[in-house]
Design a protein around this ligand. Structure first.
Ligand SMILES: NC(=O)c1ccc[n+]([C@@H]2O[C@H](COP(=O)([O-])OP(=O)(O)OC[C@H]3O[C@@H](n4cnc5c(N)ncnc54)[C@H](O)[C@@H]3O)[C@@H](O)[C@H]2O)c1
Length: 252
């Protein structure tokens, strides 16, 4: 039977690249995102098996609405990609409580809520797969990323627990931890530094990876495709690093 995937945060970057891969391989895809123009344009470009739903994952009823829309639009919701992530920078004495809470809400609480909807649907139909996006910064940190790093470490704990709670219902849950991937998020992050140009910074970030380059959204999308496929049927609860070797190096 034709399968359907919901991508939260699918309008651009890693999510958009993942939508393309799944559409190319015959899937139906619902792109749920706050960026209505970009998301609608992408769905239109990808053709009739792609659908856009406006959704702010900070709003629980929007997440429920995306699942409602997906169960109408998709032949079967076989997988969910929880890919939304935002970053707010600041040391703990400077970061506002509002920014801390928003980061946790968007990066973790939304995954918890979406997983709840997904499990209820998957249980009815005999299984399914959830992929949660964590980050290399859930494994090792970078200055001023307290909120983001805490949220991404939490994603891995959430993922492991979903995996073991629902393994016997044929539901798998895995997380991915990208290194630096060349997306709008990274380009915007590079523009926040005033002492170096965005191009200098991106070159420096590339050099920090043993492979000496940034990753591409397509490389992450290919991994997500594999993890959702039946080829990965024995993988659950794991976090998969897609990081150009950066986590493996203690000293450059
Ligand atoms: N790019 C990297 O280097 C990198 C590295 C590690 C982890 N990640 C993670 O990968 C994921 C995707 O990152 P990306 O680089 O493609 O980012 P991006 O900003 O290019 O794309 C993220 C998508 O999420 C959407 N989004 C943001 N807030 C939302 C909200 N409240 N509700 C619904 N949609 C919302 C954005 O509109 C966008 O389409 C994130 O979870 C990010 O933390 C990225």
């Amino acid at each position: 039977m034709t399968k359907g995937l919901i991508i939260f945060g699918g309008a651009r970057g890693i999510g958009a690249a993942t939508a393309e891969v799944f559409i190319d391989r015959g899937w139906h895809v619902v792109i749920a995102d706050v960026l209505s123009d970009e998301g609608s344009r992408l769905a239109q470009r990808l053709g009739e098996r792609a659908h856009f739903v406006a959704c702010d994952v900070a709003v629980p009823s929007d997440i429920a609405g995306a699942f409602d829309a997906a169960t109408q639009a998709l032949p079967r919701v076989a997988a969910v990609f929880n890919n939304v992530g935002i970053a707010r920078y600041g040391t703990v004495d400077a970061l506002s409580l509002a920014d801390w809470e928003l980061t946790l809400r968007v990066n973790v609480t939304a995954q918890f809520l979406a997983a709840g909807h997904a499990v209820r649907i998957f249980r009815e139909q005999g299984g399914g797969v959830i992929v949660n996006t964590a980050s290399i910064l859930g494994h090792a940190s970078q200055k001023t990323t307290a909120a983001y790093a805490a949220s991404k470490a939490a994603v891995m704990g959430l993922t492991r627990t979903i995996a073991i709670d629902h393994a016997r219902e044929n539901i798998r849950c895995v997380s991915i931890s990208p290194g630096t991937i060349d997306t709008p998020l990274v380009r915007i992050a590079a523009e926040q530094f005033i002492d170096r140009s965005p191009d200098e910074l991106r070159a420096q970030w590339a050099a920090a990876h043993p492979v000496n380059r940034l990753g591409s959204p397509a490389e992450v999308a290919a991994t997500v495709y594999f993890l959702i496929s039946d080829e990965a049927a024995f993988i659950t609860g794991s976090d998969i690093l897609i990081d150009g070797g950066i986590r493996s190096e203690a000293y450059a």
